[in-house]
Ligand binder design. Structure first.
Ligand code: HEM
Length: 589
């Protein structure tokens, strides 16, 4: 009885039957022949199983057929499956094309090497996947594991530790009260960015916006997480800020790169493309030194220096009892925030500004709304931004046209068999993705999806009222369900404010010899392949009027919407920017 059970459950039973086929003599006398036969049999069986498995080799043994309805999908190549589609620069487009070709928009099975994966390009199925408790884990990439991200929110397995981290972050970093408490910091970063934009425009006749946005994003998140900001305009750079930027860049490269050995484990020992292991090993101690230094400084701080808008390090240090975190856990959590918080907001703002350069009519309409809401003299604030439906629509349309995480960044992993309402069954251990880019560009979901049209989100003009925070899967760029992006409100507040102030301060136009190119590349986030260069013309006349009362030295002041400073050599300093901001804010009252 035991033997029968063994024979029916072990797929290698055929090895035992080989003597019968080949003959005992052959087995004894001709070892090379035996090995060759074994090899041929092994390869033939592999090919047969691949040929009969929708989804490819990782879906063998009928994995795709376990529900009432089979999950369709391309077989791809033997061994590799559809791995080459995913390792391309634009995997969201490659997967969208594969899903369409396989008539598998609701759900497509495919193989990434030996990893069985599904992808959905349908709002209803996407909702089921993202909100199902058995999809609350994420597959852990090798680079994420080696960079300690398994101890941070994004990659921690769903469980009590992950829930604790999310609760701490939601209460102390992402709650509306905390976001509001850090508004002055956001304005200061924005102010420095506008100043630097004006200087570059004056010097070069056009502006490459991305570095300015990245500097502002880094300071914004450094301010609320570490309570520290840098004077990013300093021409020679500040060593600590330069080290931080280098570490963030290296981390982006390592986490964003497609790592073949994640899906072909046998390759790990033979080939390490990009030298991931050694680079991760070199980066971790640098990060630990940097973050531990800041934690140590916070520990030494006088308690009387603490106040209502303490930074996140203060909050983590103040936790007690079962909430208290080990130092290594704190480092992982803090580092993750820097990572997640910087590129998404900067790159999304860059896309928005690129579309505004390409669509001057939208830009004029948006500026009109901003001027109407904030009045003739003051700069837009968070509260103003909330009263600007057209601005919200521009941000939503940018999220639709260029979702920063087109495959919703980091995938999910099923921890149990999941029965979907369409009769398909996703087995435990399957990597699941939602192709948000494909949904957002589906003509059945959005009319004329290739056209940039914010009006589709303006209710007063017949547009749809879409909750982009995970409530409506037609556009859920922050994901949905229990692992939805916890930074969504902070991200939206930051991008809304930046776009408002950039448009309020300057008129944006195409730069000579650098046409706007909407070509994209997917790294950690979806980026413009050719960073935006545009002209930023200060709105001089009105600004000159606005500056009338500000106590600012004339020779240092450019008439740009009451915000621009002429940075010359070593004069530029954060203190100076802050002083000017205070003067301007005062003038606005
Ligand atoms: C425009 C801005 C942003 C976009 C489009 C975005 C998008 C996303 C997406 C798609 C996910 C995966 C959600 C899922 O699996 O359902 C995610 C997760 C996450 N995001 Fe964001 N994000 C943004 C800003 C931020 C910011 C500013 C922070 C923090 C400073 C942040 C922190 C996180 C974290 C910690 C997770 C992991 C959550 C978990 O696994 O429990 N994000 N984000």
């Amino acid at each position: 009885m035991a033997l029968i059970t063994y024979a029916t459950t072990d797929s290698n039973w055929w090895v035992l039957a080989l003597p019968a086929f080949l003959g005992a003599d052959t087995l004894r006398c001709d070892t090379p022949m035996l090995l060759l036969s074994l090899f041929i049999a092994f390869v033939s069986l592999g090919l047969l199983s691949w040929a009969l498995s929708p989804g490819g080799s990782a879906w063998s043994h009928g994995r795709a057929r376990r529900g009432i309805v089979t999950i369709p999908g391309p077989r791809g190549l033997p061994v590799f499956g559809s791995l080459f589609a995913l390792s391309s620069n634009l995997p969201h487009r490659a997967l969208a094309a594969l899903s369409a070709a396989a008539h598998a928009k609701p759900l497509m099975a495919f193989s990434i090497g030996s990893t069985p994966a599904v992808v959905s390009s349908d709002p209803a199925v996407a909702r089921e996947i993202l909100s199902h408790p058995a999809f609350a884990d994420r597959p852990l990439k090798r680079s994420a594991r080696e960079l300690m991200f398994s101890r941070a929110i994004g990659f921690a397995p769903s469980g009590s530790y992950w829930r604790l981290l999310r609760r701490i972050a939601s209460t102390h970093l992402f709650s509306p009260r905390r976001i509001a408490a850090h508004e002055p910091g956001r304005h200061a970063d924005c102010f420095a960015m506008l100043a630097a934009v004006a200087v570059e425009q004056r010097r070069a006749g056009a502006v490459r916006l991305r570095p300015h946005l990245q500097n502002a994003a880094l300071n914004n998140i450094m301010g609320s997480v570490f309570g520290r900001r840098y004077d990013v305009s300093c021409p020679s750079g500040i060593p600590e800020a330069e080290e931080l930027k280098a570490m963030v860049r290296e981390g982006f490269d390592l986490l964003g790169a497609f790592n073949w050995s994640d899906h072909l484990p046998w390759l790990a020992r033979l080939y390490d493309r990009g030298n991931v292991k050694a680079r991760c090993a070199a980066l971790v101690p640098r990060v630990s030194r940097f973050v531990s230094g800041i934690i140590a400084e916070h520990r030494l701080r006088n308690p009387s220096q603490k106040h209502a808008n303490d930074d996140f390090v203060d909050v983590l240090l103040s936790l007690d009892g079962h909430e208290k975190l080990e130092e290594d856990d704190m480092i992982a959590v803090l580092w993750e925030m820097i990572f997640r918080g910087t590129d998404t907001t900067a790159l999304l703002t860059e896309w928005a500004m690129a579309e505004l350069v390409l669509h001057p009519g939208v830009q004029v309409k948006l500026r009109h709304e901003i001027d109407t809401v904030v009045g003739p003299r003051c700069m837009p604030t968070d509260a103003d931004v909330a009263r600007m439906p057209y601005l919200q629509a521009v941000v939503k349309e940018t999220l639709r046209a260029h979702p920063p995480g087109p495959l919703l960044s980091w995938a999910r992993l099923s921890t149990a068999d999941v029965h979907l309402s369409n009769g398909m069954l996703v087995p435990a251990g399957t990597t699941a993705m939602v192709n948000m880019w494909s949904i957002a560009h589906d003509a059945a979901v959005w009319a004329s999806p290739e056209v940039f049209c914010p009006e589709r989100f303006v209710e007063a003009e017949g547009g749809a009222n879409v909750d982009v925070r995970g409530g409506d899967l037609r556009l859920a760029p922050f994901g949905a369900g229990r692992r939805v992006c916890p930074g969504k409100n902070l991200g939206l507040a930051t991008v809304g404010l930046w776009v408002a102030r950039l448009v309020h301060a300057f008129e944006w136009g195409p730069a000579a010899g650098a046409p706007v190119d909407l070509g994209e590349v997917l790294k950690l986030s979806l980026e413009m392949e050719t960073p935006l260069t545009a002209t930023a013309t200060p709105r001089r006349q009105r600004a000159a009027k606005e500056l009338g009362n500000a106590k600012v030295e004339k020779e240092r002041c450019l008439p740009v919407d009451a915000l621009t400073v002429s940075y010359t050599g070593g004069i530029a300093s954060w203190v100076y920017v802050e002083a000017l901001r205070a003067a301007v804010t005062h003038a606005c009252r």
